[in-house]
Design a protein around this ligand. Sequence first.
Ligand SMILES: Cc1cc2nc3c(=O)[nH]c(=O)nc-3n(C[C@H](O)[C@H](O)[C@H](O)COP(=O)(O)OP(=O)(O)OC[C@H]3O[C@@H](n4cnc5c(N)ncnc54)[C@H](O)[C@@H]3O)c2cc1C
Length: 387
Amino acid sequence: MNQNPIPYIDEDLQALQESARRFAEERIKPGFLERDQTRVLDRALLREMGELGFICPELPEEFGGLGMGTVAAGVIHEEIARADLSFSYLNLLASLNGQILSKYGNPEVVGPWLKKLIAGEAICAIALTEPRGGSDAANLRLKIDRDGDFYVINGEKTSISAADQADIAVVFGRTGTPEDKAHGVTALMVPMNTPGITTNRFDCHGQRAIGRGSIFFENVRVPVSHRLGDENKGFVQVMHGFDFSRALIGLQVLAVARVALEETWEYITQREAFGQPLSAFQGVTHPLAQFDTEVEGARLLCYQGLWLKDRGLPHTAEAGMAKWWGPKLAYDVIHQCLLCYGHGGYDRGVMEQRMRDVLGFQIGDGTAQIMKTIIARVRAGRKFVPA
Ligand SMILES: Cc1cc2nc3c(=O)[nH]c(=O)nc-3n(C[C@H](O)[C@H](O)[C@H](O)COP(=O)(O)OP(=O)(O)OC[C@H]3O[C@@H](n4cnc5c(N)ncnc54)[C@H](O)[C@@H]3O)c2cc1C
């Protein structure tokens, strides 16, 4: 493995990286294959991760965080993901939602939930996608009506990660008219045990331990104090949080690709064919060398996105780049690694599970096409790049 330090990770962060790796190797990695079968994320293990300060280290201390930068979140995220991408989904959801709740929520309402989230005592889902489509996210239809001091929610969200395991969800719905598009959307924090909520679970290709499903809302009443940001501004205000999660997703999938590469470099020196180790054949080493090059570059781009965020600088383009390039590259890398193992790679096991796990991120949180449109809008200007 390339252990060379990179400029984004100073000595303190290296120490954090080492302790996160120890925890991930000892506590998370052993259950990697089993969790894909049982499809349950162990809450006790989640609490252990919280106790060690590995969830939302970027959040301010007043909410229970460590007040570290988002680069610290990235460092931990990589280590958890290399042990089990599904488990690291919990870090991703906590960081994405933690940022939204802390920035836009009423502190008295969101404060206790943030503490639970950081302690590993709660899971928060994010519910944006609807059955009629996810890419055109601002065109959502889930209905939110005001009734005195309450909002009443009716409709369906679908393809929501951790839908049936979450304790709360950040839910986007329409308070304005469909013609208002992005300007008629409101975000709410919704406890998942509120009467009127039901969920189901899909039979996913990968990321099976975190899982995806639909959330159905039937006259679900949530106090107005649970609103995140201003009424009708949920989309415009809150969606900026996705730049953070996009850079994290890049690191998450590339961490899986990096561990796959490490194991494969080792394997090809051990396995022999035609009287030589596989590493003697350029047909085996050159594709790996090329992918290793691209992974090193893509990883730096993800950290650049987080580094810019920590300095309050624009990072939307970098986040979009991390989000489309990382998952595509990670999938192609793991595919190549799997082929190096010959028939053994094709059996159920670590390598094929990694390939299934990373594939979901070519769709979840926005496809490559949508990311490229976002990058084009930053570069060319929004008015020159219609949807
Ligand atoms: C593993 C996984 C986890 C997920 N987790 C969540 C979650 O936690 N919360 C949540 O809200 N959603 C989640 N999703 C849903 C995800 O965000 C949507 O699936 C995604 O945004 C795409 O929406 P869609 O599936 O409706 O595809 P569509 O919007 O129907 O798009 C279909 C295809 O058309 C392309 N396309 C659409 N519009 C354009 C355009 N303007 N230009 C070019 N191409 C276009 C798309 O790129 C795609 O290839 C998850 C999905 C997956 C697979």
